[in-house]
Design a protein around this ligand. Structure first.
Ligand SMILES: Nc1cc(-c2cccs2)n[nH]1
Length: 229
């Protein structure tokens, strides 16, 4: 999978060099390219924003640099990209979204700052590929970079071969619509706290039943919204 990121803070994504995704980049599973939006400006001050038409506080990101950045990426794309713009006004990004996107060939993340990006950028992007405005949750960040990083990690780890043991991707929170069960490891007793006996029983059927019960109980307690049909 190829992933492009357009941002005015390219160094923010240096962290993708390390960790799991760094290894996936090294072995060619993920091709991540970060672009500085200011490299697509044409004025001496490398201006990326201006005051909003219609008035109001804050600044809006100018369309021209975005247009040049999107064109540069689209021109060298080998398949139709999906453009993702993190936004508090976007569709909810959930595990199903991550799974859907992990099957795509080319994702381009456009990270907005300030009060947002000129709306015509999204219209123009739609002439180059699929466009998705995606929200991490109902809260406002200062920019799209944190959201893009989270989405890149959630999607990247699902790309076949990125995670060593694909089995570990199955029993995760939200994969089966429920929160994951509690986990324990040695020692069997720690600071007076014991591991549930069933997990020491060696009875796989009972362990599976206990884990499922824990998932349902935790989901009912913490995320009843996930249980409605
Ligand atoms: N979920 C979410 C996304 C965002 C932003 C994206 C770009 C600027 S602010 N805030 N909250």
């Amino acid at each position: 999978m190829r992933i492009d990121v357009i941002t005015i803070f390219p160094e923010f994504f240096d962290v993708l060099e390390v960790s799991l995704l760094g290894k996936a980049r090294g072995n060619g599973l993920l091709d991540v390219r970060v672009h500085n939006l200011r490299d697509f400006t044409t004025d001496r001050h490398r201006t990326v924003d201006d005051t909003p038409y219609g008035g109001g506080a804050g600044m809006v990101m100018k369309p021209e640099p975005w247009g040049l950045a999107l064109d540069a990426i689209a021109q060298e794309a080998t398949s139709e990209p999906t453009f993702v713009f993190p936004s508090p006004a976007g569709e909810r990004f959930v595990q199903a979204t991550a799974r859907e996107w992990s099957g795509l060939d080319h994702l381009v993340f456009g990270c907005g700052r300030y009060e947002g990006i000129d709306e015509r950028v999204f219209t123009y992007a739609a002439s180059l590929g699929q466009v998705r405005l995606a929200s991490l949750g109902d809260y406002v960040l200062n920019g799209g970079e944190v959201a893009a990083m989270a989405m890149i990690e959630a999607v990247g780890r699902l790309v076949p071969g990125v995670v060593g043991n694909p089995e570990s991707l199955v029993e995760e929170s939200h994969e089966d619509g429920l929160l994951e069960y509690p986990s324990y490891t040695k020692p069997s007793e720690w600071r007076g706290l014991a591991v549930p006996d069933v997990l020491l029983s060696g009875h796989h059927g009972r362990v599976a039943e206990w884990r499922r019960d824990q998932q349902v109980e935790r989901t009912r307690e913490r995320r009843p919204d996930l249980l409605v049909d």
